[in-house]
Design a protein around this ligand. Structure first.
Ligand SMILES: [Zn+2]
Length: 1024
C-alpha cells in the first residue's frame, strides 16, 4: 500500500461538497441549505436575527434553528437564545444543558474528564449518530492501533483496513481564556444543531465522525467571569473590576502550559484528546475581528512537527477561509502574525501528539454587551491574505461572535467529514514516522545518566514527560555508546571552504569536535524516540535556535525553552539507533526509588545536590531539629556539599515518608559531624501580591504549593495595614507583577472610578477565596513602602524579581543597584547561560559553577558603591584610548622637560562588579555606601560567546557578564533582586533553588565584605 499526500485544492473542496450534496442543482451557498421538510423554531430563529447586528454577520448555517419535539434548545437553560445580549451562563448551566441533550438525544454522550484546581468538573461531550457512538469502543481500539503503529508492526497493509473502517474524532475546546466569553453558548447551540438538524451536510458530519466538545476549559475562571459580568449588570454605569484571577494560579498563561503540564486543565484536555484518540484539537479564542483561523498563522513553524502537519494546517486553514468567503462573511483570514514556534499553547497538545492543532480567534466583547467597536488599522486594513477585511467601526454583539464561531466550525467539520479517510491516513503516517524517528531524522534517544546527585531534578523532568504520555525506560546494565559528532557550520568564508579538500575538512572536524564515547550507568533513564509521542520529548529536550535575522521580527512567545537546560540536568542526545538494542525496561513508577535512607546512627544528613524539596522538609518535620552545614564535609565515605542538612530528634518513620515523598536521599550518621553549621527553622513566608495582575506571581504561588512551602498570601494593601511585619514573617516574597511600574505598585489603580471590589457575595459567589478586598484600586502606598523598608532594615528578607526588582531599585530598597542599559541587545524569552560570582553564598548551595536561566528580555543589573549615578564617570577612560602625544597607539605619552611618572592605573572592573572608588571619590562623600551595605552579586550572565543556550540572542555584548541576581543590603536585612525569572511556568526547576535557598538561609545570606571592592581580574570585559 502506498500513501500519497493529497492536498485538496479549493476546486477539490467544492467538487467534494457538491458531489455529496443531495440536490442535483445546487443554488449558491446551497451546500449548507437546511432541510425544507424540517420545521424551524420560529421564535428562536427570530431572535437570532434580532441579535445579529448586520445580515452579513449571519450565514445559511446559523440563520435558523431547526425545531425538535423532544430535544430542548439552549433556551431551555439560558432563558434566551445562544449569544443573546446581557447573559452569560455559568459552567454548571452549560453542563446542565449538555446533560439535557444527552438525556433527550441518542446522538449525545457526556463524560467527565477531570477536576480543576478548585474542584470544579470538566466535561467532554461526544456527538455523532448512535451507530457511531455504539461502535465507539471498537473504533477507538482501531484508532489506538493507528496512533501506535508498533501494535501492527508498522505494517501499512494492516493499517489500511483500520483506516477504511474507522471514523475520526474532532475535538473542540472552548473558553480557556475566561475573558473570551462566547464559546460556551456557541458550542451549546452547535451541539443542538449537530444532534437535531436534518440538513444533508449536518447528517453527513454526524454519520462520518465524532465531534467532541469541551465547552469550558478554564472552569474556575469561567465562573468568576460570570460573577463579574453579573456585578457589571447590577451596577450600570460603573466601571467593573478586572478579572483579578482566572484560574486558581494563572490567567492568560493557562494557554502556555502545554509543555510543563502543570495545570489540571492541560492534563485533563490531553487525557481526553489521547483517550479518545482524536485527530484534531481545535481551541477557541476571541481577540481578533472577526475570525482569525490561525491554523496557518505565520513562521517560523515549530521545528519538531511532522511536515504533514504543516500541510494539514494549510489545507484546513485556507479551505476554511474560502468557505466563509463564499458565504460573504467579512474579516475571515488564516495567515497572520502568530508564529507557530513554541509548543506551549493548549492546541499544541495535538501538534506534538500526531494530531492537528488549530485555533480560532473570533471577536468577543469580553462579556455579553452589544458594543460599538473601533478597530485598529492593523485590524481593518486589506492585505494579501485578508481581501475582505472587517470595517473600521462596527456594532458587535455576542450573537455575531457566536455566528462566526459556529459557521467557522460547521464549515470546517463539513470539510473534515468529507475527507475522513485522508485525515486518518495522515494520522497513521504521522504516528508511524514518530515511531521511525530514530532511523529517519533522529535522534535515537535521550538519556539521563543515573546520578544520585541529579535524581531529584531528573524525576521532576521525567514527570513532565510522563504527563505528556511519553514512555520512559531504564537501562538494565551499563552501556558504552558513541556520542554524535557535532558538525559546526563554517561561517568564516564560504569560498575558502570550497577550496578545501574534503579530507582536510573531515580531519578538521574531528580535531575540533573529538567524537567520544560515553558510559551510561545501569539505571540511567532512557527516552527512546521509537515511540508514538517521540516528537514532544524531542521538542522539550532539544535546544532551540531562533536566527536574529529571521523574517519574523515579533516572536509571539518564548523563543527558547529547552527543558534539559532549564531543569539543570545532564541529558545526553544519542543519534546511533544501535543504542536502542541495549537492555532496558519500562519504568512504571517513577517514585519507586525516590528517597532512600541508608547508614546507621541517630543523626540524619541530606547531601545538598540542588534538590528543590529540602526546604519543604522543614515544614513537614516540625518536631525535628535542623542544622545547615556551612562548609563541605565527608562522613561514612560520602561527600556532603556546603548547605547539606543535618537532622536530629527525628521521628524516623515520619522522616522516611517525607524523604520518599520529597525524593530526598538521607544518610544516618553515627555522630554529628564537626563541620561549622547553624540551626535552621521553617521560615515564615509572606507572599505579597498586587491587585494589578496576579498571573506571573501565580506561577510562583503554584511552585510553592507544589514544593510544599507554606506561605501567607497577602495583597499590598494588607501588607500596608500590618502593624509589625517582622513579628510575623521572616521573608516577604514579591514575585513579578508583569510589566508594572513602581508607581503602579505604590498607587494601584486610578482612584477616579468607583470602588471595584473582589469579594464573595450573594451576587458574586465565586469571587474572593484566593484573596479578597472591598476595593481593588489602592496599591501599596507610601505607608506600605515604609513598612517594607522597616521590615528589611530590621533583618527581614525581601525577594524581588523583574518589575518588582525595578520597584526595589526605584524606591530605595536596593542601594547601589540599577538596571543595566540593554543597548541594542535582543532577547525574547531565551535560555541564557549564567555563572555564579558568589560561590560561597548560601544561594549557591547545591549548584555547580554555571546555570541556565530564562531571560524575558535581557534585563540585567549594574552595581555601584555609591548612591545615585554610579561611581563617578571618568571622561578619559584609561583603558579605552591613549591621549594624543608621542609614540604608537600602544605606547605611553611622555610629557617633556620633566622626569616622567606613570600614573597608577585604577583597578579595572568586570561588568558585574562595582567600580572601585579611589580616595578622591570617597572623601567627604555622603553618597558612598558603607562596605557592609554594598550590594553583593550572586549570579551574572556568561560571556558573550557562551551566553546563548536556546532561543534568540542578538548583540548580546551589552548584557553579557552583567549581574542578574544581586543581594542588596538595607539596615540589617536583605533585598534579593532577580533580573531573570527563576520560577517560570513550571519550566525552570533548575533555578528554583535560587529562591528556596535564600528563604532557607534568610538570616545567613551576607557574605564577608572583605576585598569586595578589590579587583583581581584584568582580562576581557567591557568597561562602562
Ligand atoms: Zn485567548
Amino acid at each position: 500500500m502506498r500513501f500519497t499526500h493529497r492536498y485538496a485544492s479549493l476546486g477539490t473542496v467544492f467538487t467534494l461538497c457538491i458531489a455529496f450534496s443531495a440536490a442535483a442543482q445546487v443554488p449558491l451557498g446551497g451546500n449548507f441549505a437546511r432541510d425544507p421538510k424540517q420545521p424551524i423554531d420560529q421564535s428562536y430563529t427570530d431572535r437570532i436575527h434580532k441579535y445579529t447586528t448586520e445580515p452579513r454577520f449571519l450565514s445559511p448555517l446559523v440563520e435558523y434553528l431547526p425545531a425538535s419535539a423532544t430535544v430542548p434548545t439552549p433556551e431551555k437553560v439560558l432563558g434566551d437564545v445562544a449569544g443573546a445580549p446581557d447573559m452569560l451562563p455559568y459552567a454548571e448551566d452549560v453542563y446542565k444543558y449538555f446533560r439535557l441533550l444527552e438525556k433527550s438525544s441518542n446522538r449525545v454522550k457526556v463524560v467527565t474528564i477531570g477536576q480543576t484546581e478548585e474542584g470544579r468538573e470538566m466535561i467532554a461531550v461526544a456527538i455523532a449518530d448512535p451507530e457511531l457512538l455504539k461502535a465507539q469502543k471498537e473504533n477507538d481500539a482501531r484508532l489506538a492501533q493507528l496512533s501506535d503503529p508498533r501494535t501492527i508492526g508498522l505494517d501499512d497493509s494492516k493499517a489500511q483496513p483500520l483506516i477504511d473502517k474507522s471514523f475520526p474524532v474532532y475535538y473542540i475546546t472552548g473558553t480557556i481564556h475566561s475573558t473570551e466569553t462566547g464559546a460556551p453558548t456557541a458550542l451549546m447551540e452547535m451541539a443542538y444543531r449537530l444532534a437535531v438538524d436534518d440538513s444533508p451536510y449536518i447528517k453527513y458530519i454526524r454519520s462520518h465522525m465524532i465531534v467532541l466538545i469541551t465547552p469550558v476549559v478554564e472552569v474556575d475562571g469561567r465562573d468568576r467571569m460570570v460573577d463579574l459580568y453579573k456585578w457589571h449588570k447590577a451596577h450600570p454605569g460603573e466601571t467593573w473590576p478586572r478579572l483579578s484571577y482566572w484560574g486558581h494560579y494563572v490567567a492568560h498563561d493557562n494557554n502556555r502550559d502545554a509543555m510543563g503540564m502543570t495545570l489540571a486543565l492541560t492534563r485533563n484536555v490531553l487525557g481526553a484528546y489521547l483517550g479518545w484518540h482524536a485527530q484534531v484539537l481545535h481551541d477557541l479564542h476571541e481577540s481578533e475581528p472577526f475570525l482569525y483561523d490561525n491554523t496557518v498563522g505565520d513562521g517560523p513553524y515549530n521545528a519538531w512537527i511532522d511536515p504533514t502537519l504543516a500541510d494539514e494546517w494549510a489545507e484546513l486553514g485556507w479551505n476554511n477561509v474560502a468557505q466563509m468567503q463564499a458565504l460573504g462573511m467579512p474579516g475571515v483570514y488564516t495567515h497572520g502574525d502568530f508564529d507557530t514556534w513554541s509548543p506551549g499553547y493548549l492546541m499544541f497538545l495535538a501538534g506534538m501528539h500526531n494530531g492537528i492543532s488549530r485555533l480560532y480567534e473570533t471577536f468577543g466583547n469580553g462579556g455579553a454587551d452589544t458594543e460599538k467597536r473601533e478597530l485598529t488599522p492593523e485590524q481593518y486594513s486589506r492585505t494579501w491574505y485578508r481581501q475582505n477585511p472587517p470595517p473600521a467601526t462596527v456594532v458587535w454583539s455576542q450573537r455575531d461572535n457566536n455566528n462566526y464561531e459556529e459557521t467557522g466550525l460547521l464549515t470546517t467539520l463539513s470539510y473534515f467529514s468529507h475527507n475522513t479517510h485522508h485525515f486518518l491516513e495522515n494520522y497513521y503516517i504521522k504516528s508511524k514516522r514518530s515511531v521511525e524517528k530514530p532511523t529517519l531524522e533522529g535522534p535515537a534517544a535521550y538519556v539521563l545518566p543515573a546520578n544520585s546527585a541529579e535524581t531529584n531534578r531528573q524525576l521532576q523532568l521525567l514527570k513532565v514527560l510522563e504527563a505528556q504520555h511519553v514512555e520512559i525506560q531504564q537501562l538494565m546494565a551499563e552501556v558504552e555508546v558513541a556520542l554524535p559528532v557535532v558538525k559546526k557550520p563554517d561561517n568564516k568564508n564560504a569560498g575558502e571552504k570550497e577550496e578545501k579538500p574534503a579530507a582536510k575538512d573531515d580531519k578538521a572536524t574531528k580535531k575540533d569536535d573529538k567524537p567520544t564515547t560515553v558510559k551510561l550507568p545501569a539505571g540511567s533513564y532512557v527516552i527512546r524516540l521509537d515511540q508514538p509521542y517521540s516528537r514532544v520529548a524531542d521538542a522539550l529536550l532539544d535546544k532551540q535556535y531562533w536566527a536574529p535575522d529571521d523574517p519574523q521580527k515579533h516572536p509571539y512567545d518564548d523563543t527558547g525553552w529547552s527543558y534539559s537546560q532549564l531543569f539543570n540536568v545532564k541529558v545526553t542526545r544519542l543519534t546511533d539507533a544501535k543504542f536502542l538494542q541495549s537492555k532496558m525496561a519500562m519504568v512504571t513508577d517513577l517514585d519507586a526509588n525516590a528517597g532512600k535512607l541508608t547508614g546507621n546512627g541517630s543523626t540524619y544528613a541530606i547531601a545538598n545536590t540542588g534538590q528543590t524539596s529540602m526546604l519543604a522538609l522543614l515544614y513537614q518535620l516540625k518536631q525535628s531539629h535542623f542544622a545547615l552545614a556551612e562548609k563541605p564535609f565527608d562522613a561514612q565515605g560520602i561527600h556532603f556539599n556546603a548547605g547539606s542538612l543535618l537532622i536530629t530528634d527525628a521521628d524516623e518513620p515520619a522522616l522516611v515518608t517525607s524523604l520518599h515523598n520529597l525524593a530526598l536521599d538521607g544518610v544516618r550518621l553515627s555522630a554529628t559531624p564537626t563541620v561549622a553549621s547553624h540551626p535552621v527553622t521553617a521560615p515564615r513566608v509572606a507572599f505579597m501580591h498586587t491587585w494589578l495582575g496576579t498571573q506571573t506571581e501565580g506561577w510562583w504561588r503554584q511552585a510553592f504549593d507544589r514544593a510544599g512551602i507554606p506561605f501567607t498570601y497577602m495583597s499590598t494593601q494588607k501588607i500596608a495595614a500590618e502593624a509589625d511585619l517582622n513579628s510575623k514573617f521572616d521573608v516577604i516574597v514579591f514575585a513579578p507583577v508583569g510589566r508594572a511600574s513602581s508607581t503602579d505598585i505604590i498607587d494601584g489603580l486610578p482612584m477616579w472610578t468607583n470602588p471595584m471590589p473582589w469579594q464573595k457575595t450573594v451576587l458574586t459567589p465565586n469571587l474572593g477565596a484566593i484573596d479578597e478586598t472591598a476595593d481593588t484600586r489602592p496599591g501599596l502606598g507610601y505607608e506600605g513602602l515604609e513598612k517594607l523598608k522597616s521590615f528589611v532594615s530590621k533583618g527581614g528578607l525581601l525577594i524581588t524579581c523583574e518589575d518588582t526588582a525595578r520597584f526595589a531599585i526605584d524606591t530605595g530598597l536596593a542601594p547601589g543597584v540599577s538596571v543595566a542599559p540593554s543597548a541594542d541587545s535582543r532577547v525574547v524569552g531565551s535560555v541564557l547561560s549564567s555563572v555564579f560570582v558568589a560561590k560561597a553564598s548560601p544561594m549557591a548551595y547545591g549548584y555547580g559553577d554555571s546555570l541556565p536561566v530564562i531571560s524575558a528580555d535581557g534585563m540585567a543589573f549594574n552595581i555601584s558603591n555609591t548612591l545615585g549615578r554610579g561611581g563617578g564617570r571618568m571622561l578619559m577612560d584609561p583603558y579605552a584610548h591613549r591621549p594624543t602625544g608621542r609614540g604608537g597607539p600602544d605606547e605611553i605619552d611622555i610629557p617633556q622637560g620633566r622626569v616622567n611618572v606613570e600614573p597608577e592605573t585604577p583597578p579595572k572592573q568586570q561588568p558585574w562588579e562595582a567600580k572601585a572608588l579611589n580616595e578622591e571619590q570617597t572623601r567627604n562623600n555622603p553618597q558612598v555606601i558603607p562596605p557592609s551595605e554594598r550590594p553583593q552579586v550572586i549570579l551574572r550572565f556568561d560571556e558573550t560567546k557562551n551566553l546563548l543556550l536556546s532561543g534568540l540572542l542578538d548583540k548580546g555584548a551589552a548584557i553579557a557578564e552583567h549581574a542578574i541576581v544581586v543581594d542588596a543590603h538595607l539596615g540589617s536585612g536583605n533585598v534579593l533582586l532577580f533580573a531573570i525569572n527563576p520560577i517560570y511556568r513550571g519550566e525552570t526547576i533548575g533555578s528554583y533553588n535560587l529562591v528556596f535557598n535564600s528563604i532557607l538561609n534568610h538570616d545567613h545570606l551576607n557574605l564577608p565584605v572583605a576585598n569586595q571592592t578589590k579587583n583581581t581580574h584584568n582580562e576581557g570585559g567591557v568597561d562602562h
